[in-house]
Design a protein around this ligand. Structure first.
Ligand code: SF4
Length: 357
């Protein structure tokens, strides 16, 4: 009898695990469609490297090998300015441009931030560095990367809020010039957009709205703008900034009248209280108000923490909870009108994009 009970328990456990694995595969659509190709690439590359035309140093090889959505290495010196990453939200290879290689500069203090304060004064950018580093990447490393990856975008972000950098305009123009030049040698780069990843506070400054608006008129340009929480209280808890939610929403509305935006929204839990720091209904009503005031929202990216956050009390939401919140946002947007109902919602769990519908 005892044996039978143990056997039944063991069988139940196995069945439960199998159910979880099956369910997980259904719900999680990892970036990993490229993963098997990446591995194959490395096997091929290691066998053929000596006779290959590409002169790949050991350090470059290990850099390609260690790229993953969980690691965004920014390296030192030039590597800390221009760095390739596998981005779940870009759905592949993104070439990051870090406007703050020397220290973190941000007017938010998000508890989930992955960038801790640091100091590296020698890495401070000088005139022309960004373009030089971009050109260096395409001259020295792109031949290697293109064997396995398609470049999805050049993203301006890095250790802080890019709209606070006096080099934002320089970075946008450098990305455009380099992509134009490189496209004449490699047609796959001709449709690569430039993406700005911002916390939205820069939209409160007219000179930034003008700079971005004008750049958007002349070049393939996307803006991913942060909007967290949904209520004033949650916005304060998540941004720990001097800006009110109303100011940020006004800024987003202003900017999105010029360029359609993608909203980036972080969903986390506070382990001290067990509370989820997101109000889907209030959030949907903010989005509805942006649209009603003439703003344009192309997509919403709901995501949770995938790397170690600044504060230890920040916890990621489970895949099931993320999918559930996506449903609630979708249903609440439908009540805000036809345009809101049409907004594409992307949902990202700890390990990858989720199929939530
Ligand atoms: S806005 Fe971005 S860089 Fe600034 S604290 Fe928040 S997560 Fe970190």
């Amino acid at each position: 009898m005892m044996m039978m009970v143990r056997g039944a328990k063991a069988w139940n456990k196995i069945a439960h695990c199998m159910y979880k694995i099956a369910n997980y595969d259904k719900i999680v659509k990892r970036v990993s469609p490229i993963e098997p190709w990446r591995r194959l690439f490395h096997i091929f590359n290691m066998r053929h490297n000596k006779s290959e035309r590409v002169n790949m140093s050991q350090s470059n090889r290990s850099k390609v090998d260690t790229l993953s959505p969980e690691r965004h290495p920014r390296g030192t010196r030039g590597d800390s300015t221009v760095y390739p990453v596998i981005s779940r939200r870009a759905r592949g290879l993104s070439l990051g441009v870090n406007l703050f290689p020397e220290r973190k500069v941000c007017d938010y203090d998000c508890p989930y931030c992955e960038v801790k304060p640091f100091s590296n004064p020698d890495a401070r950018l000088a005139d022309g560095d960004i373009e030089r580093e971009l050109r260096h990447f395409f001259a020295e490393r792109w031949l290697l990367y293109k064997k396995v990856y398609t470049l999805q975008d050049i993203s301006i972000s890095g250790n802080g809020e890019p709209t606070l950098s006096p080099r934002l305009g320089e970075a946008l123009r450098a990305a455009k010039r380099v992509l134009i030049d490189e496209s004449s040698r490699d047609a796959s780069l001709s449709t690569v957009p430039t993406v700005l990843i911002t916390n939205s506070s820069g939209f409160l400054r007219p000179e930034i709205v003008n700079l971005l608006g004008e750049f958007g008129e002349e070049w393939a340009f996307k803006i991913w703008a942060k909007l967290d929480g949904g209520t004033e209280e949650l916005h304060r808890a998540l941004s720990r900034s001097a800006f009110s939610l109303a100011e940020i929403v006004n800024g987003i509305t202003e900017m999105s009248r010029r360029i359609p935006l993608t909203l980036q929204t972080m969903l986390v839990a506070d382990t001290r209280t067990g509370r989820m720091l997101f109000d889907a209904t209030a959030y949907a009503s903010l989005v509805g108000s942006i649209l009603a005031d003439g703003g344009q929202i192309e997509a919403i990216q709901l995501y949770t923490v995938a790397r170690r956050p600044l504060e230890s009390w920040v916890a990621a939401l489970s895949d099931v909870a993320m999918a559930e919140q996506s449903h609630i946002v979708h249903a609440a947007l439908a009540l805000e009108g036809t345009s809101a109902a049409k907004i594409r919602i992307e949902c990202y769990g700890e390990r990858g994009e989720l199929v939530w519908r």
